[in-house]
Each structure stands twice: as C-alpha cells, then as structure tokens.
Design a protein around this ligand. Structure first.
Ligand SMILES: NC(=O)c1ccc[n+]([C@@H]2O[C@H](COP(=O)([O-])OP(=O)(O)OC[C@H]3O[C@@H](n4cnc5c(N)ncnc54)[C@H](O)[C@@H]3O)[C@@H](O)[C@H]2O)c1
Length: 361
C-alpha cells in the first residue's frame, strides 16, 4: 500500500517534537503532504524541513484531494471546528487530546458519525505505551482490586523539551487571531465551569483537560468506568488537583501537582490483597523515553517484585502504527470520539465536586 498522505493543521510544540519526526520515521506508512498554521514562520520552517506543501487555509488542506489523513494538532478550542470539516470531507483523522473542551462539542461531532466512513483516532499515547499494554495481562481480577492510585507529579513539558529539541515558538501570529482564540477557549471552558467561576477553577479545568485527561483515559481503559466522582479538590491556584473516583468495592485516587522542580513522576498503581501492579511513566513527552512495569506479589519470605523494562518502545510511534493499522484494516480504535466523551463527562463531574469543596489558593 502506498504511504497515506498526511496534512497537519497546527505546527506547534507537539507537531514539531512528536508527530513530524514520527511520521518521517514511519516513511512506509505516511507521507507528510501538506501543512497549515496561522504562523507564517512555522509554515516556512516545516515546509523547508519536510518538503511539504503549504496550504492557504485549514479548510483548503482538509478538502484537498491530495490529503488522505488530517492531523488536528492545533489549540484545543479549534479542534471541533477542524474535526467537523474533516468528518464532512470524509478524511481519516488523528486528533490530539483532549478531543474537545466540552461534551456539547463532542455530541455535535458524534451526530455526524452515521455519514462518516473513515477512522478517527484520539491521540492518548499513554494508552499505547509498552508498560501500559503489558499491564493488562498482569492486573488482579477486577473483583479482587482493593485500591487504585494514580498521579502526575510533574513540571510542564517545556522544562524537558527545551533540552531535547529546538522547538520554534512563533511570535508572528496575528494578535487579533490570538485574541479570538483566547476568547473562544474561555467561552468553552466557562460552559463547563460556569460564567462566574473563579480563576482557580478555570485553571483546574485547564489542567484536567490538558494533563489529567491522559490518566483519566488510561484509568478507564485499564480498570473500566467509575460509578462517579466521590470528591474533588483544588489547591495552589488550581495547579494541583485531588480526585476520588468511586468504583464500588474500591476507590481510585488521582493527584496532579504541577511545579517547577523539573521532575516527571507519573504512575498508575492497582492493588489487590496479594498483588500490586505499577505502570511507571517517568517520561515527559519526549519521544523514546522508556516506561516500566512492576508487579509485586506476596511470597513465602515476603514481597517479590518482577520488573519489566525499561521498555524503550515509543508510545507515540506505537499510537501512529496502531492508527495506521486501524485505517488499513477498517477496525475501530479504542480511543475514539465516544471514548473521549466519557473523559469529558468525568471532567465535568470533577468540576461539580470542586465547586462543592471550594478552592484553596
Ligand atoms: N499527546 C501529548 O502528549 C500532547 C502534548 C502536547 C500537546 N498536546 C495537544 O496538542 C495540541 C497542540 O498543542 P501544542 O502544545 O502543540 O500547542 P502549541 O500552542 O505549541 O501549538 C498549537 C499550534 O496551533 C496553531 N493554531 C492555533 N489556532 C490555529 C488555527 N485556527 N488554525 C491553524 N493553526 C492554529 C498555533 O499557531 C500553534 O502553532 C493541543 O490540543 C494539546 O492538548 C498533546
């Protein structure tokens, strides 16, 4: 099969650090055929590095007969607009997480599904990391789970990325466009948090959609759907969140702390009375850093720990290989729009609990 011709909308950090290099590596599967961004300097850089055609608008790229697959890598507030156009043009779609910012936007896109015949894949790469995939065979039976603990104790991606890639952060985007984007993003967030929500609740929702969505999606993929959100709390101006999910016979505790320490400490831990499984993701979003899996069981002399890894399979490369396979085989991805709707509904539930518990700046 000829490589599929990819058009990328949005050429920012994730496009430059992840998708463009992975697409170029997987040259038998993909050809970088077209690009669009509202920053002229980014378009100039990427077209010179990857010999792709620059389109005048996102719509021209999406509707072009020379594009088979659209990668939506622009800011969150633009996702539903570009996905709608790509679904109506019947193109395959790689959609960066979060799929959208509101359940309403997803519902409007889901209404287009009956006429859409292609593959839409949401890029939750932690669900395609080798340690995560291997953990599924090591988990205790669901009925035996007694506790789950998940955390993201991290610094922002730029702490790490600037040491590994020379990313261009442009300063030539039309200020009117930037202001419009900020207004649209704020309006979408306020649909969920409320028009008069305090700044720390707005920040908490941004953190949920930008960071926590990874682990909320991974949690659901690993141990199924929670019955609901028991409690949620925000501190440190909304930069830190603590959430308790109700799984009936056990609770799942999630913590996010974002600081400037320059550490990346992220984990999912599932326990029964005699077994502990840990997926260790101490990998900021830099390609090809390893994940690890640890399985500890009660033994006659005391606990015995089996270690998998470091596993160097790259989660981002895996996700694109799996996306390609779904396109070729016509199969349905695990991380699709309906799946992302569940994440956004849970995030809205978390916000409702946060409103009850109040903030602590
Ligand atoms: N999977 C991951 O680990 C991961 C990591 C980072 C970002 N992301 C997601 O990827 C997306 C992009 O994030 P980023 O960090 O690259 O952000 P970014 O701000 O660096 O890049 C976004 C790009 O979109 C462009 N853009 C904005 N409005 C546009 C429009 N109307 N038309 C065309 N281009 C437009 C901007 O000019 C910018 O270049 C976000 O949805 C984010 O949540 C995912």
């Amino acid at each position: 099969m000829a490589p599929l011709r990819v058009g990328l909308v949005g050429l920012g950090e994730v496009a430059q650090s992840i998708h463009l290099p992975v697409l170029a590596d997987q040259r038998d599967c993909w050809a970088i055929a077209g690009v669009f961004d509202v920053s002229p300097s980014l378009v100039a850089l990427v077209t010179s590095e990857y010999a792709a055609r620059a389109f005048d608008t996102a719509e021209a790229l999406i509707n072009s007969p020379d594009i088979d697959v659209v990668f939506v890598l622009s800011s969150d507030d633009t996702h539903s607009r570009f996905v709608r156009t790509a679904m109506q043009a019947d193109k395959h779609i790689l959609l960066e997480k979060p799929a959208c910012l509101t359940v309403r936007e997803i519902d409007e896109l889901l209404a287009l599904m009956p006429a859409y015949r292609k593959t839409l894949f949401v890029g939750y790469m932690r669900r395609y990391a080798p340690a995560y995939l291997a953990a599924r065979d090591e988990l205790p039976a669901h009925a035996d789970i007694t506790h789950v603990r998940i955390f993201d104790l991290i610094s922002e991606g730029r702490h790490f990325l600037k040491k590994s890639r020379n990313i261009l952060y442009p300063n030539d985007v039309d200020p009117a466009l930037l202001a419009r984007g900020a207004r649209e993003r704020d309006a979408l967030i306020r649909e969920v948090v409320g028009t008069d929500a305090p700044a720390d609740l707005v920040r908490a929702y941004r953190g949920l959609t930008a960071l926590s969505s990874h682990h909320i999606s991974a949690m659901r993929g690993l141990i199924g759907e929670p019955k609901g959100v028991v409690a949620a709390h925000r501190t440190n101006g909304g930069a830190n969140t603590s959430v308790t999910f109700d799984y009936g016979h056990f609770a799942c505790l999630y913590d996010a702390v974002v600081d400037d320490l320059g550490l990346f400490d992220a984990m999912i831990e599932v326990r029964s009375n005699t077994r502990r499984v840990r997926i260790i993701y101490d990998t900021p979003y830099i390609r090809s850093l390893p994940t690890r899996l640890e399985v500890t069981e009660a033994g006659p002399l005391g606990p015995v720990t089996k270690s998998f890894g470091p596993l160097y399979g790259d989660a981002f490369s895996n996700e694109l290989e799996i996306f390609h396979r779904h396109i070729v085989e016509g199969t349905k991805p695990l991380t699709d729009l309906a799946d992302s709707r569940r994440d956004l509904a849970l995030m809205a539930g978390i916000i409702e609990r946060m409103k009850e518990s109040g903030g602590n700046v």
